[in-house]
Design a binder for this molecule. Structure first.
Ligand SMILES: [Zn+2]
Length: 495
């Protein structure tokens, strides 16, 4: 097997769109793979050096060299492919596995031969992954939560070598452990486990949407959990969590909508720091350095800094632009995206340049709407001002002031009509509270989770939502969360 074949093998194992790669991309990935192989996978070669040596980094107008990040920005799949290469090398790179598999090539040849299914119950890697990620199974062990096939030793007393290793799903690997022999497991457990998987697929997976909704794990923290730091508990207490989010998860359970939690967040507003998903299903991670957190750095979560990226190996582009995810409002088919002018205040280049770059990154027409001064609206997020109903209609806060008109005028230029949506002014002198902002709702395939606040206007918002959206409307009281500045869209994120 040549290095090139190794590369193609693991890209194929992950149904990677190889046709998206340019000749230059392939040159880079091949060299990266070969260089890593030279050290038997132990050393991570410098992608920057490779790009330079292959003359894949070109000079821009100011004769400044584009770096690795810029290269990935132009070719988003390349980073993903590189990370895959790294993933397999890291799997191989334990002393015991290196000993048994001799070379990385042998290791990858072995992996390829396993056919990406569980050796015992024959469930495929994709189904297993989905079932775990969507919390049909909820193991406590972190390493089990992504549901990937695991390397299992048939004879637990033997070493890690190709003829003693198979790939096994977490269910089989766990059940067999070191108690049952491989042969006995096949005879007595493989078929029943396969039947069990069929039941899971038919009864649960097929009823689920593809999309999983994520929340910060702060929202379901247990105050008695000794593993949780006092600082985090205090933060949860400040937001009166998890009580204030409880009705939301009860509703999710009731309507069988898959959801999960993201750990290591410093705050609950995950919409803002998680990557944004574009129509080609790649992700863009922006800088999350809003002015309002300048003096509260401990509340700032970084997708990379907090190592959330380890748990979510997404096809991702990292952008140097400073932009909160809450200020990115896509239309249903993701051809249009509404962003408020706050983006110009947080980035210093010329406005045209910023729009041009965002259009390229987000693969959509960028539509800029006005934003209020920072004192009146702390975040300036578009998702607190408008939400799409279809490609030509958005709902907008019926504030009854000039600002409402400004938004309508701005959108009219793009042939987008604003439907008035109930709004209640919280009269918050600090411009923080999101109480009364009904349109910061959480939309899933068949449901609208509508924030309500225990005020008279709730009823109007419910009626209006039922009128506008052809979906089941579920009101959720999130007063405590809204007081801190956000609604249901702010605390959620779709993978
Ligand atoms: Zn299995």
């Amino acid at each position: 097997m040549t290095s090139k074949e190794v590369l193609i093998t693991f890209l194929k194992l992950n149904t990677f769109p190889i046709e998206e790669l340019t000749a230059g991309n392939k040159k880079f990935l091949e060299r990266y793979s070969i260089d890593r192989e030279k050290t038997d996978g132990r050393k991570d070669p410098s992608a920057n050096d490779i790009l330079k040596s292959k003359e894949l980094i070109v000079l821009n107008e100011e004769k400044k060299a584009y770096g690795e990040t810029d290269y990935y920005n132009r070719y988003p799949y390349v980073r993903y492919a590189k990370d895959l290469i790294k993933y397999y090398y890291d799997k191989y790179n334990t002393e015991k596995r290196r000993e048994g598999f001799n070379t990385f090539k042998e290791f990858i040849k072995w992996w390829n031969e396993q056919g990406n299914v569980c050796h015992y119950c024959e469930i495929d890697a994709a189904t297993s992954g989905f079932a775990f990620r969507s919390r049909i199974f909820r193991p406590k062990k972190d390493a089990w939560k992504n549901g990937v096939l695991q390397i299992e030793k048939k004879n637990p007393n033997g070493i890690y070598k190709p003829d003693n290793c198979v790939l096994a799903c977490p269910l089989c690997n766990n059940a067999k452990s070191d108690m049952i022999t491989s042969e006995e497991f096949i005879d007595h457990f493989a078929e029943p486990t396969n039947e069990y998987w069929q039941y899971i697929t038919k009864d649960k997976i097929e009823h689920m949407q593809e999309e999983i909704i994520y929340f910060s794990s702060l929202l379901h923290i247990n105050q008695n959990d000794k593993a949780v730091s006092e600082k985090i508990k205090q933060l949860a207490n400040d937001y009166k969590l998890p009580q204030s989010a409880d009705s939301l998860f009860t509703a999710f359970d009731e309507y069988k909508i898959p959801y999960n939690f993201i750990k290591n967040t410093n705050d609950i507003w995950i919409r803002d720091f998680m990557p944004v998903k574009t129509k080609s299903k790649r992700y863009v991670s922006f800088r999350y350095e809003p002015w309002y957190l300048e003096k509260h750095q401990h509340l700032r979560t970084g997708y990379r800094k907090n190592k959330i990226n380890d748990k979510f190996p997404l096809p991702i582009v990292y952008s140097k632009r400073n932009l909160d995810g809450g200020n990115v409002v896509f239309s249903p088919d993701k051809n249009k995206v509404i962003i408020s002018r706050r983006v110009f205040e947080e980035n210093y280049n010329n406005e045209k340049e910023i729009v041009h770059e965002l259009e390229r990154l987000l693969e959509a027409q960028v539509i800029i709407i006005p934003s209020l001064p920072k004192k009146e609206d702390m975040t300036g997020h578009a998702d607190g001002m408008v939400r799409f109903v279809d490609e030509k209609h958005v709902i907008g806060n019926k504030t009854g002031d000039e600002f409402e008109d400004e938004i309508k005028t701005a959108l009219k230029k793009y042939d987008i009509e604003v439907i008035d949506f109930p709004f209640h002014d919280p009269k918050d002198p600090d411009g923080i509270s999101a109480i009364g902002c009904y349109l910061n709702l959480l939309e899933t395939k068949d449901h609208i989770f509508l924030p309500v606040f225990g005020i008279d206007m709730d009823y109007k918002a419910i009626v209006k939502s039922k009128e506008i959206f052809n979906k089941i409307v579920i009101p959720i009281n999130i007063n405590e969360i809204a007081k801190k500045g956000g609604g249901l869209n702010c605390i959620s994120w779709e993978m």
